[in-house]
Unconditional design. Structure first.
Length: 309
C-alpha cells in the first residue's frame, strides 16, 4: 500500500530536446506551426465533406472521420509537448495525467490504423464490384465499420494502459520523450517489465499486422481488377483513387512498426523520439495534403467553397 501511495505521488517530467533555450524555442515554433497546419488541414477536409452533398459517399465519409481522428490524435500530444518545449522540460505531468494521455493516444492511434484497413476495403468494393458498390457499402454498414474502429481502439488501449500503470515507479521520473509513450514509460519502472514488453509486442504485432494484411489483400484484388480495365484513362482514375491511401498507409504503419515492433534491446530513446515526431506531427499534416492534392473531387469542392468566401 505504501508503494502504491508513493507511486501515485510521483510526477513525470519530459527531457528537453536540447539544453539550449534558443534551440528549444526553434523546435517549439516548428511544432506549433505543424500542429496548427494539421488542425487547419484536417478541419478543412472534415468541413468540406460535411457541407458538400456530392461528397456524401462512403469514401469521403471515412476520409472525414480519419481527419477528425487526426485532430484529436495530435491534440492529445501537442499542447503538453509545446508547454514543455517552452519550459525546458519543467512542466510536470502526474501519473493519472500520463495514463490519460497514453490511453487517448493509443485509442485514437489504434482506431486510425483500423480505419485505414476499412478504407482499403471500401476501395476494393468500389473497384472490384462497382455495380454493387452502393448496395454493399450501405450507410448502416459504414456507420457500423466506423463504430467498430473506435471500439477496437478502445479495447486495445484500456488494458495496455492499465497494465503499464500498475508498474511501480521510483526515483527516476524523467521521460526520454515528449509525450507518455509506452516504451519510454516502461523504462522508468523499478520492476521487471519483460511480461509488459511481451504483451505490448504481441498486441502491437496483431494491431499492425492484421489490418496491414487486410490492406495488402485488398490491393492485390484491386491491382488485378485495374489491370483488366481496357482504357488507360480508366486505369489511371482507379489507381489515383488508391495512391493517396497507399501513401498514408506506408507512413502510418512504417513509423508505428519501427517504434512498437523493434526489439526492446535495440530500442533507442533518441531515435524513438525522432520517429514519433513523424507520426504525431508530420503525418497528420501530410494526410490532408496527400488526399486533397491527389483527389479531383475534393479539390473541386475546396475551390467552390473558397469562391463563396
Amino acid at each position: 500500500m505504501e508503494e502504491i501511495n508513493k507511486t501515485a505521488k510521483i510526477q513525470f517530467f519530459f527531457r528537453p530536446f536540447s539544453a539550449d533555450p534558443k534551440v528549444q524555442v526553434g523546435i517549439f515554433v516548428a511544432f506549433l506551426m505543424m500542429y496548427l497546419t494539421s488542425l487547419s488541414g484536417n478541419t478543412t477536409i472534415a468541413i468540406i465533406v460535411q457541407i458538400n452533398h456530392s461528397l456524401h459517399v462512403p469514401m469521403y465519409f471515412f476520409l472525414a472521420n480519419l481527419a477528425v481522428l487526426e485532430i484529436f490524435y495530435t491534440s492529445a500530444i501537442a499542447p503538453l509537448a509545446l508547454a514543455n518545449l517552452l519550459s525546458m522540460g519543467r512542466t510536470p505531468i502526474s501519473i493519472p495525467g500520463c495514463g490519460t494521455q497514453m490511453f487517448f493516444f493509443v485509442f485514437l492511434g489504434g482506431a486510425d490504423c483500423v480505419l485505414l484497413a476499412v478504407m482499403a476495403y471500401d476501395r476494393f468494393v468500389a473497384i472490384c464490384y462497382p455495380l454493387r458498390y452502393t448496395r454493399i457499402m450501405s450507410w448502416p454498414l459504414c456507420v457500423e465499420l466506423m463504430g467498430g474502429c473506435l471500439v477496437l481502439g478502445f479495447l486495445l488501449s484500456l488494458p495496455l494502459t492499465i497494465l503499464i500503470f500498475h508498474l511501480p515507479f521510483c526515483n527516476n521520473n524523467e521521460i526520454y520523450h515528449f509525450y507518455c509513450d509506452m516504451p519510454a514509460i516502461m523504462r522508468l519502472a523499478c520492476a521487471d517489465t519483460h511480461i509488459h514488453e511481451t504483451a505490448l509486442y504481441i498486441i502491437s504485432f496483431l494491431v499492425l499486422s492484421i489490418p496491414l494484411s487486410l490492406i495488402s489483400i485488398s490491393y492485390v484484388f484491386i491491382v488485378a481488377a485495374v489491370l483488366r480495365i481496357r482504357s488507360a484513362e480508366g486505369r489511371h482514375r482507379a489507381f489515383s483513387t488508391c495512391s493517396s491511401h497507399i501513401l498514408v498507409v506506408l507512413l502510418q504503419y512504417g513509423c508505428s512498426s519501427f517504434i512498437y515492433l523493434s526489439p526492446s534491446s535495440s530500442y533507442s530513446p533518441e531515435m524513438g523520439r525522432v520517429v514519433s515526431v513523424v507520426y504525431t506531427f508530420i503525418t497528420p499534416i501530410l494526410n490532408p495534403l496527400i488526399y486533397s492534392m491527389r483527389n479531383k473531387e475534393l479539390k473541386e469542392a475546396l475551390r467552390k467553397a473558397l469562391r463563396k468566401f
